[in-house]
Write a protein that binds this ligand. Sequence first.
Ligand code: SAM
Length: 383
Amino acid sequence: MRGIGNRASPRPLYPQALSKAKGPAKRRHLRRNGPVRVQHPCFTPVFPRGRRMSPAGTRHIPVLGREAVEWLAAKSGGIYVDATFGAGGYSRAILETGGTRVIGIDRDRTAIAGGFDLVEGSEGRLILVEDRFSHLDEICAAQGFSAVDGVVMDVGVSSMQLDDAGRGFSFRLGGPLDMRMGHDGPTAADVIAKASETDLADIIYVFGEERRSRAVARAIVAARAQAPIATTRALADIVAKVVRSKPGDIHPATRTFQALRIFANQELDELHLALSAAERVLKPGGRLVVVSFHSLEDRIVKNFLTDRGKSAGGSRHLPEVAQAAPSFHILTRRPLAPREQEIAANPRARSAKLRAAERTSAPAHPADALPAWPRLSDVMRGG
Ligand SMILES: C[S@@+](CC[C@H](N)C(=O)[O-])C[C@H]1O[C@@H](n2cnc3c(N)ncnc32)[C@H](O)[C@@H]1O
């Protein structure tokens, strides 16, 4: 496999932020969180209409790709953050506008490695960073950008992650019960092994919206007393015994798998933090575009934008209280959904929703407290 930081990679890498890369140079290994900039004499950006092979051979079809980039309104000279690089579909489309620069972020090292060709062909306009998107303002600052013109996020998992049995995301494919998008922290199997029955039930209820969460948690605890639950198939079989489904329904393990994936990756906390980070780093007039895939994510985006888009109100009966001025102007009153054609070509697009907003010149609001849902560190501590 060829990729950034891969020994087999035949290409030189320049892991300095914005330093000028000159001539042939020694290949260096990608350091964790290290930016990569590669200079190449010719760049022929191509928006692939969703057809690009991942390093593993599975293709990820960018969902609402054209719309996301249109709402971003990329312009020459602009600096954009693609907070969920994945297979690079969005970054590639932004780079099609000449003179743009893109900072691509992904917590998955495999995704970053898969972006090698795009970096190489970008004439120094694309930097890739392996990190969590909740750090996006710090990542921009580390690259020398105190403010950017746009942030786009396409949250959730990629097809490459879902379709790689070894990553353990899918109950349809046999594999280790891993589910980590990055390569650190506890796996889903660790969570299953360690969490109390009450925590498991809460996790499955809150992040999976599974009505039978208590029965599923009970079944997991009974099964793990016999033998560790280490594979996707083992977990799917345990869940299928307590969650009934009719023909045509989703697989009975769908919600439990979603819950464990969201929990193990702290996905909703990440999204909360990333929205505030985007608010801090966007220039006045800069755009935020978010594509989400389920109601839990969309609710977070909607509530954040509604809150930040509120005009300062207050009651004439109450003493005047300093109210934060709106930091965003909402561009999509209702979320955009994919067209039927897109859904037919890519069923994974079915539940996607896009929301967009433009940053005002008001100061960023203080970051909101994170909701009181189960936390990975507490559960793994047994607290
Ligand atoms: C749906 S894919 C993005 C696909 C991309 N728009 C494209 O066109 O190829 C989501 C990507 O975001 C990454 N991701 C999810 N949560 C993340 C987080 N908190 N920080 C950084 N990357 C994250 C995943 O690893 C995955 O590669």
